[in-house]
Design a protein around this ligand. Structure first.
Ligand SMILES: Cc1cc2nc3c(=O)[nH]c(=O)nc-3n(C[C@H](O)[C@H](O)[C@H](O)COP(=O)(O)O)c2cc1C
Ligand code: SF4
Length: 536
């Protein structure tokens, strides 16, 4: 193979000038990003070396140090912990004779951790050289260890290891095959307004209003971006939509493009979903729309890139640091041009409304939350997976349908969401009560919520981009307090710190920092007995 710098030149010729996508390809080819490749990419693209170095250091799937031939990342999400991932991690390290995060001296393997693989319904899961392996057991971990020791290439590993089940448990309005005459432009905006479509990525902004603002903003060109970063622990519904409804998603993006006047779109997809690449490329190739091109843009292991302005920075090939807002992407988005950023489910819903689903959509849900919502249900239940409900469904109903018994707590909205105790299970999923991008995690009475609090606090400390002090420092303090409490070394000061940090974190620059202590504080308030054991 060519040396890394020459390879960088070759890649730029083949793949274009996006530094992040080039660095991901270099990482794959060399198991790291060598220094000469960093210099090579910088010089070929006319960018400062510090900018490329900044990318390599920011994205957790890129590394300056050589990783093993097999680079393994075990999911560290709370639902995987509940299924034994920590024990399996140690077993894998033991089998291979390698320390956590350290590359074996013969270069065979590196075994580290990653925040969440998006496989919470079929965990424990890991990534090996970027591909997800699901349903891990002791036997599967032992078999994988043997395959690695024998240096068997991944293509010769059993297919079932890489099988990703869709687990669609309940279909509703969105999964129907809407086939009517397609509305476009002003007619579509009106239909979406009448239907009451709001964004499905969490914030619930009215979609038609966003598209109209982008269309009306001054700009030489416009962009349409689909947010498929789906990094919130416990969320995996976009994975299933990308698998089953990619055609409808691209149709929704194209309808948006025609409405706002965009010629170019991006699907920003988390690196953990690399197994979907061939499927998505085939679906894109089958599109016949010369006026609107859609490009895949792969993430590289940074939860913050789900925040829309960080995502745009990332598409521009920079570190995913959230921008100061306003201006919002609809006026100042990709390359400073008006841009619509919407969630996968939002574009799918828009396409279904355009094909005749508008009035039925309007008739479903609650006054402030029309239509249906896909929920990703995981944790202690018999039937984890995807459930489509009309907005307004109660937590009790979800628990009944997914086969959850003896339930202690339900976490709605992922690590950034709310933790509910049993007396709150009659609350409803909707923007007026419990808004969520889709994550519902179930904890039964055998669980200690201190574990969940520890997991979430570590998650935020790890995923904070470090740009602003309240979040960088606050998430660190929170994680340290939870570490002490979990090890039985906590103090009363640690307990009060959990509550008090809210004031500091509120001053954070973006939603990550602002919501970082919400779940931990809920858990400590509702289950104080779980925390008391850890306090001297
Ligand atoms: C820390 C953080 C992470 C986010 N992650 C996602 C994500 O993975 N997917 C998503 O669609 N929106 C995510 N969002 C919300 C986006 O910023 C944005 O509101 C959304 O993509 C807009 O699309 P919608 O109007 O269709 O919901 C995140 C926001 C924050 C603050
Ligand atoms: S709040 Fe956290 S994630 Fe957001 S900009 Fe500040 S440091 Fe970065």
């Amino acid at each position: 193979m060519a040396c890394a710098a020459e390879y960088a030149d070759l890649l730029i010729e083949r793949m274009g000038s996006n530094p992040l996508q080039i660095l991901i390809a270099i990482q794959k080819a060399f198991n790291h990003v060598p220094d000469d490749a960093i210099c090579g990419v910088a010089s070929a693209l006319g960018l400062p070396i510090s900018r490329i170095l900044g990318d390599v250091e920011f994205y957790s799937f890129l590394s300056r140090e050589p990783l093993g031939t097999y680079s393994v990342l075990m999911s560290d999400s709370i639902t995987d912990w509940m299924l034994g991932s920590r024990e399996l991690f140690l077993r894998l390290c033991g089998n291979l004779g390698v320390g956590p995060g350290v590359t074996r001296c013969d270069g065979l393997a590196t075994v580290g951790k990653t925040s969440c693989t998006g496989m919470c319904d079929q965990g424990p899961a890991l990534l090996v050289n970027g591909l997800a392996v699901t349903n891990l057991t002791d036997d599967r971990v032992d078999a994988i260890s043997r395959l690695m020791e024998k240096q068997i290439p991944l293509v010769a590993w059993p297919d079932e290891y890489f099988h990703v089940e869709s687990n669609i448990r309940q279909r509703g309005w969105l999964f129907q095959d809407w086939q009517g005459p397609i509305l476009e432009g002003e007619a579509l905006l009106q239909e979406m307004t009448d239907a009451g479509l709001k964004g499905r990525g969490g914030a619930g902004y009215p979609t038609a209003k966003k598209w109209a603002s982008c269309r009306d903003a001054p700009g030489r060109e416009r962009y349409v971006v689909c947010n498929a970063d789906e990094g919130e622990p416990g969320t995996f519904k976009d994975r299933v939509l990308l698998q089953h409804c990619a055609g409808r998603l691209f149709e929704g993006m194209a309808l948006c493009a025609r409405t706002v006047g965009a010629k170019k779109g991006f699907l920003y997809i988390r690196g953990e979903y690399r197994y979907l690449e061939a499927h998505l490329e085939t679906q894109l190739a089958a599109r016949r729309d010369a006026d609107f091109e859609i490009e895949l843009h792969w993430g590289a292991g940074a939860y913050i890139c789900g925040e829309e302005s960080a995502l745009l920075e990332s598409i521009e090939g920079k570190r995913g640091i959230p921008r100061v807002r306003p201006p919002f992407p609809v006026t100042f988005g990709l390359h400073g041009m008006p841009t619509v950023v919407d969630n996968v489910e939002t574009f799918c819903a828009a396409a279904a409304i355009a094909a005749g689903g508008g009035s039925e959509f309007r008739s479903l849900g609650t006054a402030g939350s029309c239509g249906t919502k896909l929920l990703s249900v995981s944790g202690d239940c018999a039937r984890p997976g995807i459930y489509e409900y009309s907005f307004g469904v109660s937590v009790n109903r979800i628990l009944e349908d997914c086969g959850a018994g003896n339930v202690l707590a339900v976490q709605v909205g992922g690590a950034a969401g709310s933790c509910l105790e049993a007396s709150e299970f009659d609350r409803k999923i909707c923007f007026e009560d419990l808004p969520t991008s889709g994550s519902v995690m179930v904890f039964d009475r055998t669980r200690n919520m201190r574990e969940a609090a520890l997991n979430f606090s570590r998650f935020f400390a790890h995923e904070s981009c470090g740009f602003c002090t309240p979040c960088r420092v606050g998430t660190g303090i929170l994680a340290q307090a939870m570490e002490r409490i979990s090890e039985g070394r906590g103090t009363e000061a640690d307990i009060s710190e959990i509550g008090n940090l809210g004031g500091i974190l509120k001053a954070s620059h973006c939603g990550l920092g602002q919501s970082a202590n919400r779940a931990v504080r809920d858990m400590q308030r509702k289950f104080p007995e779980h925390f008391e054991g850890g306090v001297n």
